[in-house]
Each structure stands twice: as C-alpha cells, then as structure tokens.
Design a protein around this ligand. Structure first.
Ligand SMILES: *[C@@H]1O[C@H](CO)[C@@H](O)[C@H](O)[C@H]1NC(C)=O
Length: 284
C-alpha cells in the first residue's frame, strides 16, 4: 500500500514536471533530482529535503556540482549566498558550459575578498572554445548576508546576465558580422568553490586565511524556464517587463546603464592596452 501510493505519487510528480515543460512554464527544481555532486566528497551537500545545496572549501579541497540535464536556451535562475567573512582567495564559479575543445560557456565567477571589502563579480562568454570577453562588476549589496538571484537568459538573439532581475550584461548575437554565438551546443549548469588565491586577489597578494576554513557558499531556488516559441504565451517578470521579448524594455535598459556606469570595473570592450589593433567585432 505504502509503496503503491509513493510510486504513483512519484509518477504524478514526473507528469507534472513534463506538463510544466510542455506548457513552457517555470519548473522549480529539487537539488536531488536536478544535480549531481561531482567532487569534494562531503564538502558538497544537499539538504532541506532537496531545497538547499552547499559547497565548501578547506585547505585540502574545494567541491562542485553539475546539472543532470543539458539545456539549450532558457532562463536559468539560482539564488546564491556567498562565502562570508574573510573570503579572500576563494572563487565561487557558477556557469553554463557545453563540452569539448569548441565548447561554449557563460560564466559568473565571484571573487572573494577580505572582510568588509567588496566581492568582484567576474563574467565571461566563450563561443567555439574562445573566451577573452571579461566584464567585471562590484555588487550594490553584500552578497554574503542574504540570498540573491543570479540569472542567465539564453536565447538565440542574445545572452543576458541578471542580478536580482537587473540586467548587468548583454551579449548580442553578432553572427551576421562573423562573431560565433552559442546556439548549437546544449549546456549543463556547473558550480564549484575553489581556492584561487594565486590570481583572484590582486594577483595573489592576499592569501586565503585557512584559519577561517571551511568556507561555504549556499544555493537554493533553482529554476529553469524554457524560452517560449510564441510571443503570446510568454510570461514572467523581467525588470517589470517581459524577459521573453527580444529587446530589453526601457526600464531594463535604464537599469543596465545604471549598473554599467556605477558598478562595472572592467570591460574588455574598452581595454585599449589589450586590443591596440582594434576592439573585437562584437564590441562595436
Ligand atoms: C577587494 O577589495 C579591494 C579594496 O576595496 C579592491 O581593490 C579589490 O578589487 C577587491 N576584490 C578583490 C577580488 O580583490
């Protein structure tokens, strides 16, 4: 009797997920169902009935996870609460990636800092195995105090990075000008917490303080929403507008400008020293 009801309950749950995907509505995940803990042994944990995940780093090892499924386009939301206190030298990478030498990749990397000094949010986009498209930001809040939502909207027309629904970066499809765009390779979602004090903190000047280990980052509210094929079906908030639409609305553009003006600390597209012969095509 017990096993009968639990298996039919499971079937019902699976049906509902399939239905949700078919209907193009958001599917809020369960970490047990959606992710594999890939390395770091007990340092990676799923708890709270599958609603929470944490990664830890100590002197011996970091840890990481990967999604069971691959995704091709969609909106991917995750809430993260980053390593608190003296997190200098730690890097929390959260990214989408396909595989192989010509892989595509969409990166968020959070570079820790000494207590009271700001994290750097590092972003990058790889197409056909080639990255070198870094943009870095400070955040307008302390990302270690509370959970905040970090999202990637990946559509055939553009990739948008969002923090708490505010767009911070848009990578447009410039294939018509010869710039490859990620659109043929499905990606998995990865995250890892690791020690990068050789480069992350001002070129290795500040070392990780192992007396504060283990360092821990927390994850919750993973959600994937497919890109809807028909505009009439679109739903979902995007900075008070509609993220399914192909252009940012006026409010989203205003927010993007606000972030880029006040919080952007590095942009490869304006780095003359690096590109003395001229900026990459997608920058123009
Ligand atoms: C840490 O804080 C310092 C001082 O505000 C800043 O210069 C630096 O960019 C911050 N981030 C990292 C990763 O060092």
């Amino acid at each position: 009797m017990g096993s009968f009801s639990s298996s039919s309950g499971q079937k019902l749950a699976i049906c509902m997920v399939e239905l949700a995907v078919l209907m193009g509505v958001a599917y809020g995940g369960n970490f047990y169902q959606d992710f594999d803990l890939t390395w770091g042994g007990q340092r990676a944990k799923i708890f709270g009935g599958g609603q929470m995940l944490s990664l830890s780093l100590d002197k011996t090892s970091g840890s990481g996870f990967v999604s069971k499924k691959e995704y091709l386009f969609g909106r991917i939301d995750m809430q993260l609460k980053l390593v608190a206190g003296n997190s200098a030298g730690t890097v929390t990478a959260y990214y989408l990636s396909s595989q192989g030498p010509t892989h595509d990749e969409i990166d968020f990397e959070f570079l820790g800092n000494v207590s009271g000094d700001p994290y750097i949010l590092h972003t990058n986009v790889f197409t056909q195995g080639k990255g070198n498209r870094e943009q870095q930001f400070y955040l307008w809040f302390d990302p270690t105090r509370n959970f905040h939502t970090y999202s990637i909207i990946w559509k055939p027309q553009h990739i948008t990075f969002l923090v708490d629904n505010t767009p911070i970066r848009v990578f447009n499809n410039a294939e018509n000008r010869g710039v490859p765009f990620p659109k043929n390779q499905a990606m998995r979602i990865y995250s890892s917490l690791w020690n990068a004090d050789d480069w992350a903190t001002r070129g290795g000047l500040v070392k990780a303080d192992w007396s504060k280990a283990p360092f821990t980052a927390y994850y919750r509210k993973f959600q994937v929403t497919p890109v809807s094929s028909s505009r009439s079906r679109s739903s979902g908030e995007f900075a008070n507008g509609d993220w399914q639409s192909n252009a940012l609305d006026a409010n989203a553009r205003r927010r993007l400008r606000w972030v880029q003006k006040n919080f952007m600390i590095y942009n490869y597209c304006t780095d003359l020293k690096r590109f003395p012969q001229g900026f990459p095509t997608e920058c123009k």
